[in-house]
Design a protein around this ligand. Structure first.
Ligand code: ASP
Length: 309
């Protein structure tokens, strides 16, 4: 047995998840999807494979589920397209891969991981990223694959306006995105984040999710973090790296660092959102400043799936 309490935490977005609009069927579907994803990631860790493989496996499950704003369930942008962002980072080597504003890739996180492994670049955008995907035989889907009725309806409500909305929130703000962080049996950390962004976002708009240090960050000396929430604020707060820095330079615990970064800094800027995070000892912190965050965590002693505070 290793000395590390290996484990994984995931999120499926945060926001004002109104209890009155949450039917028991809908809740059960979300809980089941979160359980499938956390188990997929945990099994990878349990079999001795790397944290990078675990976060990719968990995020693929979430991307394939139409309930979450990533992959299949990605939201519509201002011109009715699905432009997706994703990033992945290895805490051992600090190698990272990311894609921005990419269309038609079934699993954006896999493309980000291939860039991490096979490119000297960190972030590829748009058609350049798509060309890279084709070279590595990454699965491409038609636009129809990404059409989901509930996302289309969300878009119809604000189409033509300058408004853009985060997913998962009933009124003005819809938060979405999926992510995972893990510690493996060798003490290596990894983080991954994938999103469709925000409903009716301007085409070409890129959020925090594909940006290393903002949407995702992993460093074996400190922690691994995946963010969700209002990207324009998470970008200015440099949230994922902020949490790592608070641990490295100020000696804060993971929980203290995540609480300070989300509940003080992001909140003071006016941003909504949250993080899932894990440190090099396997402690996990899941912190958000809104009503709820779809989330799950699992290690050998504990498994928890939750939506509300
Ligand atoms: N952070 C994502 C973005 O701004 C959205 C989200 O997490 O809901 O693109």
């Amino acid at each position: 047995m290793s000395d590390y309490t290996f484990g994984i935490a995931i999120h499926g977005g945060a926001g004002t998840i109104e209890k009155s609009l949450m039917t028991s069927e809908k809740k059960a579907a979300y809980m089941e999807a979160l359980e499938t994803a956390i188990d997929a990631g945990y099994e990878v860790l349990d079999s001795g494979q790397s944290a990078i493989s675990a976060v990719e496996a968990a995020v693929i499950e979430l991307e394939n589920c139409p309930l979450f704003n990533a992959g299949k369930g990605a939201v519509f942008n201002s011109i009715g397209q699905h432009e997706m962002d994703a990033s992945i980072m290895d805490g051992k080597t600090l190698h990272a891969g990311a894609i921005a504003a990419v269309r038609n890739v079934k699993n954006p996180i896999t493309l980000a991981n291939i860039i991490r492994e096979h490119s000297d670049h960190v972030l590829l955008a748009g058609t350049g990223a798509l060309e890279f995907a084709e070279k590595f035989n990454i699965q491409i889907e038609t636009d129809a694959y990404f059409h989901t009725d509930h996302r289309f309806e969300q878009w119809q409500k604000i189409k033509g306006s300058d408004d853009f909305q985060l997913d998962h929130t009933s009124e003005k703000k819809y938060l979405g995105t999926v992510g995972a962080v893990a510690l493996d049996q060798n003490g290596n950390l990894a983080a991954a984040t994938s999103t469709g962004g925000m409903t009716n976002k301007k085409f070409g708009r890129i959020g925090d999710s594909p940006l290393i240090g903002l949407g995702s960050y992993a460093n074996n000396n400190t922690c691994a973090v995946s963010c969700t929430g209002s990207g324009e604020y998470l970008m200015r707060a440099v949230t994922a790296y902020d949490i790592s820095c608070l641990m490295e330079y100020k000696g804060l615990s993971l929980q203290e660092a995540a609480e300070f970064s989300i509940l003080e800094r992001l909140t003071a800027l006016g941003g909504d959102g949250g993080v899932v995070s894990i440190d090099k000892a396997g402690n996990m912190a899941m912190v958000f400043n809104c009503d709820g965050m779809y989330r799950a965590q699992r290690n050998k002693n504990h498994k928890e799936i939750a939506i509300y505070k």
